[in-house]
Design a protein around this ligand. Structure first.
Ligand code: BV8
Length: 228
């Protein structure tokens, strides 16, 4: 079956073999820190220094990791596929970009960016964000935060994502547990649109039964095989 338009959703599992921690695997991020404390606006309001420390550590970790064959395979697909390819990622790392992917849609934001909650100015994040950093635009000290989407906040670019999802005739989900919405609901939107749906994941995700096909194993093997 020849596809014209592919939408690919990625999660933490695609970066796991690069050495980036996932969230819900054994020993994952949410087993070490409470998401309520570090990935909600309430947690940031309660203890901004703790939240800055959480993201500063993850930002620092990016210097020591690099894209793996799964990221490179998706970049190759974009270059070689005759139709359109859209990568939507839940990840806040920059490994897709470093592998050569272009136009990646970061629905949960990016570690490399900072946001002033007071005036909405967005810009490159310093290595270490802190409450001592004033916004260059409005000068507020109380506003600088990581430009990431926390629980209870609206993910970014949702209109564009749903438009691309509606136009896709193939939806591929890679390295995600299917635990977090609205991303976890994309497979149902794809099915409603009559798209083929494929899950590539280390193990069956929460929504694996919703996919027309599921292949399980490491992304560094499954994704290049899918692209070839
Ligand atoms: C919102 C922050 C609405 C950045 C994150 C129903 C509908 C809508 C919302 C909800 C709903 N039900 C509940 C909600 C609320 C909530 C939610 O989903 N809660 C869950 C816990 C039930 N959703 C939200 O709050 C979202 N906002 O819906 O807003 C709204 C409407 C109006 C007005 C305002 C708002 C916001 C969600 C974003 C939260 N932010 N992160 C950061 O710190 O990174 S989410 C967090 O989980 C991560 O960021 C990650 O992106 C996300 C998903 O995790 P995964 O990527 O899947 O990672 P995980 O570890 O879970 O799984 C890894 C998988 O990889 C595993 O399956 C594993 O087997 C596999 N794997 C491992 N190794 C490999 C591998 N696969 C292949 N190869 C390998 N080597």
């Amino acid at each position: 079956m020849q596809f014209q338009s592919i939408l690919i959703l990625t999660g933490a599992g695609i970066s796991a073999e690069s050495g980036v921690d996932t969230f819900r695997d054994v020993g994952g991020i949410w087993s070490k820190v409470r998401l309520e404390d570090v990935a909600t606006p309430e947690g940031f309001a309660r203890d901004p220094a703790m939240v800055h420390d959480f993201y500063n550590q993850r930002r620092a970790g990016l210097a020591g990791v690099k894209p793996n064959p799964a990221h490179h395979a998706l970049a190759r697909l974009e270059r070689e596929f005759s139709g359109s390819v859209t990568v939507v990622t839940q990840n806040i790392d920059d490994l897709h970009e470093r592998a050569g992917s272009r136009g990646v849609i970061h629905m949960h934001g990016e570690l490399a960016k900072a946001l002033c909650a007071r005036c909405g100015t967005r810009g490159p994040s310093p290595d270490q964000l802190s409450t001592e950093l004033a916004c260059r635009q409005c000068g507020s000290l109380a506003g600088m935060r990581p430009d990431v989407v926390w629980f209870g906040e609206m993910p970014y670019h949702m209109d564009m994502i749903y438009d691309r999802l509606a136009a896709a005739d193939l939806f591929v989900s890679i390295g995600t547990s299917g635990a977090v919405y609205p991303a976890a609901g994309f497979v149902e939107d794809a099915r409603a649109n009559g798209s083929r749906t494929l899950e590539l994941n280390l193990e069956p995700s929460a929504g694996t039964m919703l996919f027309s096909e599921a292949r399980h194993g490491p992304a560094s093997r499954l994704v290049p095989d899918f692209v070839d």
